[in-house]
Design a protein around this ligand. Sequence first.
Ligand code: NAG
Ligand code: NAG
Ligand code: NAG
Length: 227
Amino acid sequence: MGHKGLKRSCVAVAVALLAMVHVSVSVPFVMFHGISAQCSNDRDANFTQLLTNLSGSPGFCVEIGNGVADSWLMPLTRQAEIACEKVKQMKELSQGYNIVGRSQGNLVARGLIEFCDGGPPIYNYISLAGPHAGISSVPMCGSGLFCKLADDLIKGDIYSDFIQDHLAPSGYLKIPTDMKKYLESSKYLPRLNNEIPNQRNSTYKERFASLHVLWLRICYVDSATVV
Ligand SMILES: *[C@@H]1O[C@H](CO)[C@@H](O)[C@H](O)[C@H]1NC(C)=O
Ligand SMILES: *[C@@H]1O[C@H](CO)[C@@H](O)[C@H](O)[C@H]1NC(C)=O
Ligand SMILES: *[C@@H]1O[C@H](CO)[C@@H](O)[C@H](O)[C@H]1NC(C)=O
């Protein structure tokens, strides 16, 4: 199956899940885009619209911060907090909703699912190409004003407080040969994955376990996707 075919079948599976939930009511969904993306880009807007068109469920691409630059520079802890605040304010979601995440957007989605207190109910979660177990190196950001900053940060001590607080992908960087430092100094993934002994929170696990989750690992692997 070629890239196009794979993409099409992934969309079909995602749509089936979105449309399946309640026959009589169409449950809305929110979309969290990946790194180097933003809701106002054609690519992301069309994707949300495509899923809406095919599933018949209203969909909303939820922007965190200012889009592309913040997808690189805002720490994921803060991104998840903003996601939590936003879904609480969207009255369309008050009866419950589904979540679709793309690449890094999945880490925001899971932060929302696990850490958000008092948000509307979540029914289903569809993960497209999510780096849930971490990445072993941060890709270069590329050109653009903020990219110079991001690329400089990538060359530094990735587990330092400063970089953890200013480079989003550092929050799920997991260098297999340096697990000690990862568990001690990474500010996001160890908590999200409940990996730190003595700090495991069963609430996170329960919140996650209450959802229907669909993992689609290899959809939408493209140049803007961190996997
Ligand atoms: C998004 O959709 C618009 C209108 O349907 C189209 O003009 C544009 O080329 C699409 N963009 C992408 C990236 O698919
Ligand atoms: C979604 O449906 C609308 C209305 O039929 C159409 O104009 C639009 O191009 C469709 N968009 C996508 C991405 O399929
Ligand atoms: C676990 O997380 C929940 C939800 O955020 C929080 O209310 C609770 O205090 C936490 N429990 C521990 C032991 O940290």
